[in-house]
Design a protein around this ligand. Sequence first.
Ligand SMILES: CC(C)(COP(=O)(O)OP(=O)(O)OC[C@H]1O[C@@H](n2cnc3c(N)ncnc32)[C@H](O)[C@@H]1OP(=O)(O)O)[C@@H](O)C(=O)NCCC(=O)NCCS
Length: 168
Amino acid sequence: MDETVITIRRARRDDARDIAEVHDAAWRDAYRGLIPGRELECMIARRGPSWWDAAIARGSRLLVLDFDDAIGGYASYGRNRVPALPHRGEIFELYLAPHFQGLGFGRRLFEAVRADLADHGYPSLLVWALADNERALAFYERLGGKLIRSAPERFGAEMRERIAFGFE
Ligand SMILES: CC(C)(COP(=O)(O)OP(=O)(O)OC[C@H]1O[C@@H](n2cnc3c(N)ncnc32)[C@H](O)[C@@H]1OP(=O)(O)O)[C@@H](O)C(=O)NCCC(=O)NCCS
């Protein structure tokens, strides 16, 4: 019987197309109805394969969930961008393609990011999620995140609330 080997590894430049596909599918799935449609389409259109290729080429911290023949998800991360908050690291994005969700891979990706941040001197981290993204909120709460901040975010003419979860 064939067994699929699942690995979490740094993104390579030849992953750019697959990551763009995961981004497109995951963002439509997560944000349709939450973010105004026009804004969502613009955000997705900006993030094609060449955007991801450039991000990988300049050394952005980016892990992928590699299923041998497909990329099932990705996470980008780095230094916390809000100096007023004491958390050292930040997960900028963590997304799985819809058919890889609910199987424990989000937790594995999160833990891999957390370990890499800790190895590089960032023992605490935060992550922002839209307040209406119930699945993300339930996920980060389940992983032990504490609600530390909320802030408005503009999408075109509309405002949405986003929430930061802290992990010590
Ligand atoms: C949010 C996301 C990353 C979670 O990954 P996932 O693989 O679906 O989650 P997991 O299967 O690893 O679940 C981890 C834990 O969270 C819990 N959880 C996940 N989704 C949940 C939900 N909707 N409601 C309640 N608990 C949930 C699981 O029960 C699990 O708990 P356990 O390990 O104690 O059993 C994934 O669903 C996703 O990519 N969603 C769309 C994009 C998105 O919203 N990303 C976050 C943007 S900030």
